[in-house]
Design a binder for this molecule. Structure first.
Ligand code: HEM
Length: 237
């Protein structure tokens, strides 16, 4: 083991050693942020009486779908992601597919629960808040991303009907839009009075702002790798 580590550190000397350390640290930070963001939402919901009403159900499913499973699905393909590091490419893709499908289903159901709840309330109007509008964008692109995720998975078989590069580029692009829109929606969710009043009764500003900063940081770390791949695929015709 020692020898192995010795060989590893010899191979990765100089700049690449530091770059790898930076990437691995960013990856660790992203998992910590996922834990904090998802954990706080779950604590917020599970102190409420059961059976949970529509809004808490909506929060649990959306946060588990978008911020936990989709974040991990995107990270699973990163060469620096700790838990998928040892997996063969084919197994990384399998993990990515399973996490995306389960995450998307939770996110879609969670969004619809709240959309229908508002729809059935005569005093409410759908899509009247920025939280809801960004949630809708995330929802629409989740469905689109699920469809062209399948075409990306079978890109080779479908190459006669659909250029494989096109389905892969659009899949990356849709995935980025989903994650960014869902996180913007979540930040507006943190601004809701029900959340602000719970997180702190005295001085709620800093806590909510910290959570929004954490969410922005998580979004940046998670989408940077797909963004690079997106532009690389564009450049190499
Ligand atoms: C990834 C996270 C989330 C997404 C994608 C999301 C998405 C949505 C969507 C699509 C709607 C329906 C909008 C409409 O029909 O007009 C909605 C409504 C709502 N959500 Fe969320 N949500 C998220 C997290 C949260 C959180 C964390 C809270 C509270 C702490 C929250 C509280 C609400 C409330 C109170 C409504 C009804 C009022 C409104 O439309 O703004 N949501 N959300």
């Amino acid at each position: 083991m020692d020898t192995e580590n010795g060989v590893q550190s010899k191979k990765l000397s100089g700049a690449s050693y530091h770059i790898r350390t930076f990437h691995v640290s960013m990856n660790l930070l992203s998992h910590i942020l996922v834990g904090i963001i998802v954990g706080i939402n779950l604590i917020f919901v599970f102190r409420l009486p059961t059976p949970l009403s529509a809004t808490p159900q909506h929060i649990v499913l959306c946060v588990l779908g978008f911020q936990l499973l989709m974040a991990e699905a995107i990270l699973s393909l990163s060469p620096y992601n700790t838990w998928s590091l040892h997996l063969k490419l084919v197994d990384k893709r399998r993990a990515h597919t399973v996490l995306q499908i389960v995450g998307s289903v939770l996110a879609i159901v969670g969004s619809f629960i709240k959309i229908m709840d508002k729809h059935n309330n005569p005093n409410a109007v759908n899509w009247d808040t920025l939280h809801g509008i960004f949630g809708l964008i995330a929802l629409v692109f989740t469905v689109a991303s699920l469809i062209n995720g399948v075409t990306s998975l079978y890109a080779h078989e479908l190459r006669r009907y659909l250029p494989s590069k096109l389905s892969k580029i659009t899949h990356i692009c849709f995935g980025i839009v989903v994650f960014v829109a869902a996180n913007i929606s979540l930040c507006y969710g943190f601004e809701k009075n029900m959340f602000r009043n719970w997180i702190s009764t005295t001085n709620n500003g800093p806590v909510v702002n910290t959570l929004i900063t954490f969410t922005a940081l998580l979004t940046g770390i998670v989408v940077v790798a797909p963004l690079i791949t997106f532009f690389q695929k564009f450049k190499t015709n």
